[in-house]
Design a protein around this ligand. Sequence first.
Ligand code: PRX
Length: 649
Amino acid sequence: MSAKIYPVLKSAKSRTLLDNTTYLKWYEESISDPAKFWGKHGKRIDWFKPYTKVKNTSFKGKVSIKWYEDGLTNVSYNCIDRHLKTHGEKTAIIWEGDNPYIDKKITYNQLYEQVCRLANVLKKHGVKKGDRVTIYMPMIPEASYAMLACARIGAIHSVVFGGFSPDALAGRIVDCESTFVITCDEGVRGGKPVPLKENTDTAIDIAAKQHVIVNKVLVVRRTGGKIGWAPGRDLWYHQETATVKPHCEPAKMKAEDPLFILYTSGSTGKPKGVLHTTGGYLVYASMTHEYVFDYRDGDIYWCTADVGWVTGHSYIVYGPLANAATTVMFEGVPNFPDAGRFWEVIDKHKVNVFYTAPTAIRSLMGAGDDFVKRASRSSLRLLGSVGEPINPEAWEWYYNVVGDQKSPIVDTWWQTETGGILITPLPGATDLKPGSATRPFFGVQPQLVDNEGNVLEGAADGNLCITDSWPGQMRTIYGDHARFGQTYFATYKGKYFTGDGCRRDEDGYYWITGRVDDVLNVSGHRLGTAEVESALVSHHLVSEAAVVGYPHPIKGQGIYCYVSLMAGEIGNDELRQALVKHVRSEIGPIATPDKIQFAPGLPKTRSGKIMRRILRKIAEDDFGALGDTSTLADPAVVDDLIANRQNKA
Ligand code: PRX
């Protein structure tokens, strides 16, 4: 089957002069001599002490990844100070509030002052290089000030998405032994308050029981809502920042000093603290931001992600600010006050580049074209997609209706672990195929392997690995380097295994088919089935649970839970609702189960292993071909599961 091809738009010719010939030439250079290529491009950021070593990486044995290791730099300096001479009065951040009548512009000069003040507050309260600071914030400018202030003094930030529950927040505080938290009284989303300070208080109590004591909580006043207060521990952001100096020297950081930890779900156990470092990360984030989004001075750039996810780190804060861009930060949600919000904001701020997720595109597509057409969208030049595979119908709608066939779409594939975009079209260089992330970025060497690790050549379907390092790659799992090696480099020895399935077509284009491990992608959010299972079994009436994904028209994947109850308990709708509530309070609303099936037994092999393949098929309502069930301890279990399935057509 050959897919429809959308040739490079003449009108959208890349202004970076990166046509296809240049792409191929640069790509070849980046692969044949990575040290030379990245040695040259590492200079796109400023260094206090230039590097002489570029690449020192090994995926074999004890995995070790170092880029620019003898260079000294600072991320906050690169995102702010170096722009001040030429771009001081340029808008760095356009903040668009949840309420459509509230917005704010922050210049680079103002950003400098805010970040310096906050950095001084951190120092005043004893935060030092290498300390971990947890940031639990809504989408307000102070969230980016907080990240940059940490970077300025060399503290490691751990941003926890504001939609996570107190339990999830506590787990992350404990894992990295963070004793300083920056939060806000309440967030606001879709007109509703989010009790961030209250959640923080609860999380701190939970953490204390695990012997991690949070000493200070810095609180931004966003709504003025009523909150609890612990004198001596809690501090008002506006009071603290008012009493310190507006200048703070950026710390001289080694390229391999940690910049941030970001927790993400894997197929087993608790979320992993993905650690990114300073120099290579910033080079990669800024370079991909420039070339993938064809970024030029003067562009208004809007990525709709949340700073709680890696997309927010690399493509709202670090990439764009390193490039002196104007980045839009949106506090609200796509359907508030109505489904026309995105398109209105595009007109209001004259957005040129718009980067969002397939789940938002699908849900807005469902709201109808009128909402889109109400806005002119005449400023748009480029559209982006990230987070999950985009189905061709949604792609076509995005291209035809939102983009009026004038803006190329960059379908960018990457991960929390990769730090930046790895597979993507480049506008001006790449013909597009709806649903394909197309070709690797410079320096990225994808490889497909079968389940036994045999390398697949040409057009093929397999497991996606990357065979050599790129500067934005994660360096370790915080506090557990052995788990890092085990998780990413042991399945296919000596290769970084992404956990994704992928097809390569006859033109060498890559088509991500989704996770091949027990990780779900729900509305572009990554969630381990094991996390949802452990939340379910922590309910006192549940004895066992198995969670799988199933295709969902808007969310991409829905969460399907098989639940066995304690002896004598009966499953009913009331208990279903209680379990949904329980999972939401254990993890957060992103983990809300879509279907719960009460199952007297789960399909297990004689050795007690749950056969998830069967559970997935039944959840997909596709049980005609269950494959071999002869190894099951009790094949009759399957008949019951089929009869009571919750996703009947
Ligand atoms: O399965 C892939 C999917 O999202 C996973 C990474 O999730 P996370 O670390 O939360 O980062 C999301 C934002 C970078 C990947 O393993 N994914 C991400 N982008 C795409 C995608 N799947 C298909 N196409 C994409 N463009």
